[in-house]
Design a protein around this ligand. Structure first.
Ligand SMILES: Cc1ncc(COP(=O)(O)O)c(C=O)c1O
Length: 394
């Protein structure tokens, strides 16, 4: 997909809204604009009906029940609601999380720490995976919550979530997962995976921005959460505020489309991702692929180029949109916490680029980007005294 002359390969940062989703949302801005809480009249009842249909579509994608879906403004809010909401009822308790979480979990854990909670950050292995036995070792009798992401936003590594969740459940500790990068891309099943709380976001799966959900398991034993927002008591008292009906309708259809197309789409994306990797590896010496070789998201490719500065490479790739890390980390220009935790050297981290491939990426895009990357790396290395020195020596 080219927009404004640029090939977009940053699908882990966000996705364009699928035109089918835009079309489904449109009537809810003007014709069916009612407040979903206004049950007294048809406008409100139509809006409420649309919200409940979307709740069913979203629940179906993750094998949950509709009443287990709480609408939020995005995964950042869902993560905060899960972590803060639960820990408010356990003032003395400890949290186990991982060192490679998204900032919306890491910063929330820092906040919980300031509130007096103990927090342990489990390190990943060299491929970015969190081992269930490492989570078990980090737990104490005081642990009240385990939160480990489903798939990583930078390197795409998929965690053995069902096994980690079982470790928590065996000790009657709640398990939360930030599944923002996984839902809609790979099979996520809250029953099979023993998940108690799960965050995800519409804009990562071809729905609108500003829409997210928290799955809250209902059943025995009951999970109690304190709301972050107080008000009219919407969303079972967990998230007050007038519902974003158009956004919810879009989120619902986006999930339904993912459910229908995910398997064939994942296969197509793996093909494109492997083609991109192979073209680059065949033409560029000294590159390493970061993350797990197999247990990874279909559309993610994170590569370190030796003797190349990722910022300089991105500047050279004027007509290609890629990322040198998570979008939020890019804002702060900090070294990637994910790659640092995985034990990469400073040089490898500085030379790493994330390519995010998605629904509107074509084989032409991949061939074009591979060519541009190969050319740009060659030019940058020619300008690198260290690279030239290494070449002269060999
Ligand atoms: C793993 C992960 N968690 C949470 C978020 C935050 O999502 P949102 O933008 O919906 O708040 C992101 C977005 O980059 C993410 O990749």
């Amino acid at each position: 997909m080219r927009k404004r002359g640029c090939v977009y390969l940053d699908y882990q940062a966000t996705t364009p809204v699928d035109p089918r989703v835009v079309e489904a949302m449109q009537p809810y801005f003007f014709d069916f604009f009612g407040n979903a809480a206004s049950r007294q009249h048809a406008f409100g009842r139509e809006a409420e009906q649309a919200v409940e249909t979307a709740r069913e579509q979203i629940a179906a994608l993750i094998n949950a029940r509709p009443e287990e879906i709480i609408f939020t403004s995005g995964a950042t809010e869902s993560n905060n609601l899960a972590l803060q909401g639960l820990m408010q009822y356990f003032p003395e308790k400890h949290v186990v999380t991982s060192a490679v979480e998204h900032p919306s979990v890491l910063a929330c854990c820092q906040y919980l720490h300031m509130q007096g909670h103990g927090v342990t950050y489990v390190p990943p292995d060299a491929q970015g995976r969190i081992a269930p036995h490492a989570v078990a070792a980090a737990m104490t009798p005081e642990t009240g919550l385990v939160s480990v992401m489903y798939a990583n936003h930078e390197v795409g590594t998929i965690n053995p979530v069902a096994l980690i969740a079982q470790v928590a459940r065996a000790r009657q500790v709640a398990f939360h997962t930030d599944a923002t990068q996984a839902v809609g891309k790979i099979s996520v099943d809250v029953q099979r995976d023993h998940i108690d709380l799960m965050s995800f976001s519409a804009h990562k799966l071809y729905g609108p921005k500003g829409m997210g959900a928290l799955f809250v398991r209902r059943g025995d034993p009951e999970l109690r959460l304190a709301p972050l927002l107080h008000g009219g008591g919407h969303e079972q008292g967990l998230r007050s505020g007038t519902l974003n009906v158009a956004g919810i309708v879009g989120f619902g259809l986006a999930c339904e489309i993912c459910a229908q197309e995910m398997d064939s789409e994942a296969q197509r994306l793996r093909g494109l991702r492997d083609e991109l990797a192979q073209r680059i590896i065949a033409a560029v010496p000294q590159v390493t692929i970061n993350g797990h070789p197999n247990e990874r998201l279909p559309g993610n490719l994170n590569i370190s180029f030796a003797h190349v500065d990722a910022e300089a490479l991105m500047m050279a790739l004027t007509d290609v949109a890629v990322s040198s890390g998570a979008a939020c980390a890019s804002l702060g220009q900090k070294a990637s916490t994910v790659l640092t935790a995985m034990g990469l050297s400073e040089r490898q981290i500085k030379g790493s680029i994330r390519f995010g491939i998605g629904r509107f990426s074509s084989s032409d895009d991949i061939q074009y980007v591979a060519r541009r990357v190969i050319e740009a790396v060659a030019v940058l290395r020619e300008q690198s005294p260290l690279w030239r020195l290494e070449q002269d020596r060999s």
